[in-house]
Write a protein that binds this ligand. Structure first.
Ligand code: SF4
Length: 323
């Protein structure tokens, strides 16, 4: 069996698992072993995904199942993402899609986020939640490493409303060494979503000191984003804290984050944000034309939102997003 969900495109013999260790060929049928294994369910602010230009100030019912198709050395959710690959176990509860949707409605959420681990590899559960979620007026959100195939994006694009894609670095060596994956499929995903779908997209880059934070690399990354995803795509530059196997590093210095912010703006990105640094003024949304503050944030909390009719109330400039 050939699995077409992600860029690994695993060829899986009868009785064997794919690279993610959660999909198995049993007698010529490809099974999703994590379908009835929901391992996290939380009510999160949508800002935590992070999505800053999509239903700001709303709550998102956030779920995951174990497994991932990456093996990032600094994964903050490694105990659930790496469980299948490292231990061969899949711990979780059998929760039916309708129950997930009901919980989202009951808790006052406006969306369901498929997050914490890689949603592409629990795509069947996402799809089965998405249809009843739409019927109840909820949006569907992916927080993803962007390793989907085009077939997978095409499968999801009619029910997927927003996605945050991790663009972890702009060099292949980083992806190979620290994530056991490749950069090019992620670039293909970002470009395809921007050009061929109506899915609202934001990008996150975790800045790891000495690994992906050189001026040259960040400049090339930001310029690539402008050329391939457009100047309106929000870029979140996130502060790194030592995690999992990657412990011999300091948290990202504040000056590096501010330097990356300036590089993004100089490249022409209209909305650049610094994350994991609550209280920084670089968490706020500014009008790219007149420079006035439009959304004031502290961490995941919104103090003020002045956007009116999707526009800046001072100069009338349209602000991209799904407000
Ligand atoms: S989801 Fe990706 S890693 Fe998992 S079996 Fe399919 S192609 Fe392989």
């Amino acid at each position: 069996m050939r699995c077409k969900l992600c860029a690994w495109r695993c060829l899986i013999a009868d009785g064997k698992l794919g690279h993610c260790a959660v999909r198995k060929n049993i007698g010529g049928v490809l099974y999703s072993l994590n379908y009835y294994k929901v391992c996290s369910a939380n009510v999160d602010p949508i800002e935590k995904k992070p999505l800053f230009h999509f239903q700001p100030g709303s709550k998102s019912f956030s779920i995951s199942t174990p497994g991932c198709n990456f093996q990032c050395e600094f994964c903050q959710n490694w105990h659930i993402s790496q469980q299948a690959m490292e231990k061969g176990t899949l711990e979780g509860e059998a929760v039916a899609p309708n129950q997930i949707v009901e919980s989202a409605v009951r808790t006052g959420c406006k969306s369901i986020s498929y997050t914490y681990t890689e949603p592409t590899i629990f795509m069947e559960l996402c799809a089965d939640c998405a249809a009843p979620a739409k019927e109840r007026g909820l949006s569907n959100v992916f927080v993803s490493n962007g390793y989907q195939t085009r077939e997978a994006i095409d499968f999801a694009k009619d029910w997927l409303d927003a996605i945050n894609v991790d663009l972890k670095a702009f060099n292949e060596d980083y992806y190979r060494r620290l994530c056991k994956a490749r950069l090019q499929p992620v670039l293909d995903t970002i470009s395809y979503i921007a050009k061929e779908t109506n899915i609202w997209q934001e990008i996150t880059t975790l800045l790891v000191p000495g690994e992906n934070d050189s001026e040259d690399e960040l400049k090339r990354l930001a310029e690539w984003l402008v050329a391939n995803a457009g100047a309106d795509v929000p870029w979140h530059i996130s502060r790194f804290y030592p995690q999992y196997k990657y412990l011999d590093s300091e948290p990202t210095p504040v000056e590096s984050l501010e330097r990356a912010y300036n590089i993004g703006k100089a490249a022409g990105l209209r909305y650049v944000y610094v994350g994991n640094m609550p209280g920084s003024r670089l968490e706020n949304t500014f009008c790219y034309k007149c420079g006035k503050m439009l959304i004031e944030r502290v961490g995941y909390k919104i103090n003020a939102n002045r956007i009116k009719d999707s526009s800046c109330p001072d100069c009338g400039t349209k602000i991209a997003g799904k407000w």
